[in-house]
Design a binder for this molecule. Structure first.
Ligand code: GLU
Length: 349
């Protein structure tokens, strides 16, 4: 074999191994502004979810150099329409795809309104260590300075980064990486719409360059006890927001409507208005799980502060916000109605 032959074989091997090294990523589209289209680049009105996954991917050709991309449409909704059916469909599909050896990770495009809840739902129900990244946009694709393409490019870079493994489900928005448990939408219109108020972002991604700063500490994905593989629906849990001169009527309405759990977003350290507190105590007597959370954006709602939780039979949600406490209680109620066991979950997840 002469030098030329050897060189050609070496080049072919390098080429083959770099081809083999290219990861395969599934991009699951659910809708939202990232798939939104409007009629003007300088007006805020548009329809969320109008653009299909193929068009979305065509807008960011650079991702094809990073990974082999398989796009799939799960739903085409604004995320304010998110519901149990789509959550279960999405979680089951994520688990199915991640069980395939050829799939290295999943990016989910999603509306920003309820992205935090979907991220946390998946954080608790995905049974794989492979990375799952949620991404969205605050400006539609037809808007001036749309943020979707860069967010999607960054999300693909995060999902193929080896350091993302073991972090649970993460959200990538505006050059930041957030853990599913901590992230929340904090601005209705700015591209800087997400933060993790209790913990901070866990990393950054700048033009695809990923840097992790922290490791989430709560149990997630393979370490949770939740199994949605055979579920067709989830127990009803409602959130009630407290205020001075609050009522007992909404608690009664929630119970009459079939709520199995109520998240009460109380004042301060999860304090209900007295009349509401009495109604919540009555709900507990009827077998409804009442979990105290807070309308305050940071800190924890703790047991036995100003509320006699033992006497009323309430539990407390620790540092989850009310909308995520709802997600955990819905999943918790698929396992048990025991208050002590549910309380333990709020301290673990
Ligand atoms: N309300 C829509 C949604 O959450 C659009 C908002 C957005 O994606 O930023 O899907």
């Amino acid at each position: 074999m002469n030098f030329l032959h050897k060189s050609l074989i070496t080049l072919a091997l390098i080429g083959a191994s770099s081809l083999m090294a290219k990861p395969t990523i599934a991009i699951l589209a659910t809708g939202g502004t990232i798939a939104g289209a409007g009629t003007s680049e300088i007006k805020s009105s548009y329809s969320a979810g109008a653009v299909t996954v193929d068009k979305l991917l065509a807008a960011v050709p650079a991702i094809n150099e990073l990974a082999t991309i398989k796009g799939e449409q799960i739903s085409s909704i604004g995320s304010q329409e998110m519901n149990n059916k789509v959550w279960l469909k999405l979680a089951k599909r994520v688990n199915e795809l991640l069980a395939k050896p050829e799939i290295d990770g999943i990016v989910i495009t999603h509306g920003t309104d309820t992205m935090e809840e979907t991220a946390y739902f998946l954080d608790l129900t995905v049974k794989s260590k492979k990375p799952v990244v949620l991404v969205g946009a605050m400006r539609s694709g037809t808007s001036m300075s749309a943020d979707g393409p860069m967010n999607l490019f960054n999300a693909v870079n995060v999902v193929i980064n080896k350091d993302t493994t073991g972090k649970g489900v993460v959200v990538v928005m505006n050059d930041e990486i957030h853990s599913a448990r901590e992230v929340t939408k904090v601005n209705t219109s700015s591209v800087n719409a997400f933060a993790s108020p209790n913990a901070g972002k866990i990393g950054t991604v700048y033009y695809g360059n990923v840097q992790f700063l922290m490791q989430p500490t709560r149990k997630h994905t393979v370490a949770t006890e939740f199994d949605i593989s055979k579920l067709e629906d989830l127990p009803r849990v409602d959130v009630l927001f407290a205020h001075p001169e609050d009522t007992d009527a909404l608690v009664k309405a929630a119970v009459a409507n079939g709520a199995k759990g109520i998240i009460h977003a109380g004042m301060g350290n999860g304090n209900p208005f007295p009349l509401t507190q009495d109604a919540l105590a009555e709900a507990v007597k009827k077998g409804v799980i009442v979990a105290r959370s807070s309308r305050v954006p940071t800190g924890s709602t703790t047991l036995e502060g100003e509320v006699d939780d033992k006497k009323f039979g309430f539990i407390a949600v620790d540092s989850l916000n009310a909308q995520k406490a709802r997600v955990l209680l819905m999943l918790g109620l698929t396992k048990t109605h025991d208050k002590a066991a549910l309380q333990k979950m709020f301290l673990e997840y």
